[in-house]
Design a protein around this ligand. Structure first.
Ligand SMILES: NC(=O)c1ccc[n+]([C@@H]2O[C@H](COP(=O)([O-])OP(=O)(O)OC[C@H]3O[C@@H](n4cnc5c(N)ncnc54)[C@H](OP(=O)(O)O)[C@@H]3O)[C@@H](O)[C@H]2O)c1
Length: 256
């Protein structure tokens, strides 16, 4: 069994990925902004297929309430609150958490999307998109590379079709995702022991999509989009590709 760190684990695609990996018996380190939302995901996952094997324990109980504390009610599912809008703080947070020496996979599924024309996009919007969607992905990669190298592990960066095409009102989001693709390509070229996947999903029925539709002035009907479970299956398929092959890029579009 492996150990996987998932960002955006409180979200649609990240949460569904966590569930599939949990069902396979892997150890999970779930990250998100809110300790309460993370605890709810942890509880949901702890009620799953492996519930009978759980034991109660607390990791780093001295720091249990603050950012960077890792808490566990299950040896296989721990949580780590991280604010990815503040990439400079990640190193200290991970140092407090005490991450594993070996990491089989990083799934970077956190992300933000706010739509605006360039003429209306203020600096803080650019900074938030670039921080959450790109700079923190680079910083987490840097910090976790020793553990990923030790396990000959894998990274899946959840990108977007906006990382392939920049449409009107999507400049900040698309720029962050184009950058994320560049990050993936560079890490793949620099780290021969680590497999790196850029995953480009189309519109998916999650909270992010509900908000995007509101910003587009359109109604939100989840059945018009791919489910987060379908997207998560693609992530896990990339992770489970035999070691003599590497999924470098994969695009999945919704079919109504
Ligand atoms: N949904 C789509 O149509 C779609 C399409 C293409 C690509 N994607 C990409 O897929 C990935 C997952 O998105 P989703 O659709 O699953 O959206 P989602 O349900 O809204 O989840 C987004 C996740 O990102 C986390 N996040 C946001 N800001 C954060 C911050 N400052 N610090 C830490 N975590 C933060 C959220 O945590 P909180 O719970 O704290 O908010 C949540 O876990 C994103 O990279 C997105 O760009 C989505």
């Amino acid at each position: 069994m492996g150990t996987y760190l998932i960002t955006g684990a409180t979200g649609g695609i990240g949460g569904a990925t966590a569930e599939l990996l949990r069902d396979r018996g892997h150890e999970l380190i779930l990250t998100g902004r809110s300790p309460e939302r993370l605890a709810a995901v942890q509880q949901r996952l702890s009620g799953g297929a492996h519930a009978r094997t759980q034991e109660i324990r607390q990791v780093n109980s001295d720091h249990a309430s603050g950012s960077g504390a890792r808490t566990a009610t299950d040896t296989r599912v721990t949580t780590l609150p991280l604010d990815l809008a503040a990439p400079r703080r990640l190193e200290a947070a991970l140092a407090v958490a005490g991450l594993p020496a070996r990491l089989d996979g990083l799934v970077y599924a956190a992300g933000v999307a706010h739509l605006d024309k360039v003429v209306d996009t203020e600096t803080d919007e650019w900074i938030e998109h670039l921080s959450v969607n790109l700079v923190s992905a680079a910083e987490l990669t840097r910090l976790l590379l020793p553990a990923l190298r030790a396990a000959r592990g894998q990274i899946v960066y959840v990108n977007s079709t906006a990382g392939l095409r920049a449409n009107p009102r999507w400049a900040a989001y698309a720029a962050s995702k184009w950058g994320l693709r560049a990050l993936a390509d560079s890490v793949r070229a620099e780290e021969p022991e680590i497999r790196v996947t850029s995953f480009f999903p189309g519109r998916t029925a999650t909270e992010m999509q509900r908000r995007v539709r509101a910003q587009e002035g359109a109604s939100y009907d989840p059945s018009e989009f791919a489910s987060p479970e379908s997207m998560a299956r693609t992530v896990v398929a990339a992770l489970e590709t035999p070691r003599d092959a590497e999924v470098t890029e994969i695009t999945v579009r919704p079919r109504p």
